[in-house]
Design a protein around this ligand. Sequence first.
Ligand code: NI
Length: 267
Amino acid sequence: MNKSELLEFLDEMWMDYLLLNPEAHQIHQLFSERNPEVVNDHIALRTFDLPAVNLQRIAQPFINAGYQCGGEYHFPVKNLYAQHFQHDDPELPKVFISQLLTKSLNEENLDLVNDLISHIDINSLKSPGFCYSGRHWPLSYNQYKQLLQQSEYAAWVAAFGFRPNHFTILVNRLSSHKSIEEVNQFLQEQGFELNDAGGLVKGGPDEYLAQSSTRANKVQVSFSDQSAEIPSCYYEFALRYPLADGHLYQGFVAASADKIFESTDTR
Ligand code: NI
């Protein structure tokens, strides 16, 4: 992929994300009206660690486009492992890819997840657009709830398939709002609900990264036997702090992301 193909690819991911989270479009508009530009810090993708669809598979089109792994993260409580990928061009968003360690699932859920993955057509697996190709399998509402009992994350991937989970506004590049707190207050005044698990702001100067996010938008999903309203995607806001060398920290903080994952919890 050359740069213009990559930008088109990222734009297609954004369009797909807006289908699940139209609220992000409104928020993006609100900031666009108040700023010369709105910069996307990162896109987050979710998957299972099964060989056909694991993190490395999802990362491949980005690696082919010049991205490199910039760090790895462990989330022992949520049984997740993640890496972030970044491009030499600092204007391009980072890509944060997490995978569920499926050995943490009970036998029933592991069998279910293996069965879901077996429905994926080999040609779509090879397509660069696989990471926003959606759900490839039938899923009943009861199967969704069965997964939900053990892992919110597994249930989310089962219900939505492969799609961006969130995009992230880089607060450093806003001229309208200088801190995460100002962004949060503005969004709340505009009527948006924020994720308050672990406080509104996750992280801070000590971690070189402060983040907040909206509560995931609820959408109607068609299951094989009925439709139901479930949490889909959220919008994230990140403020990065400079390291001793003056460059902004480009990594992520496992302890904060742990709580950010809860933005899609059903509660
Ligand atoms: Ni994120």
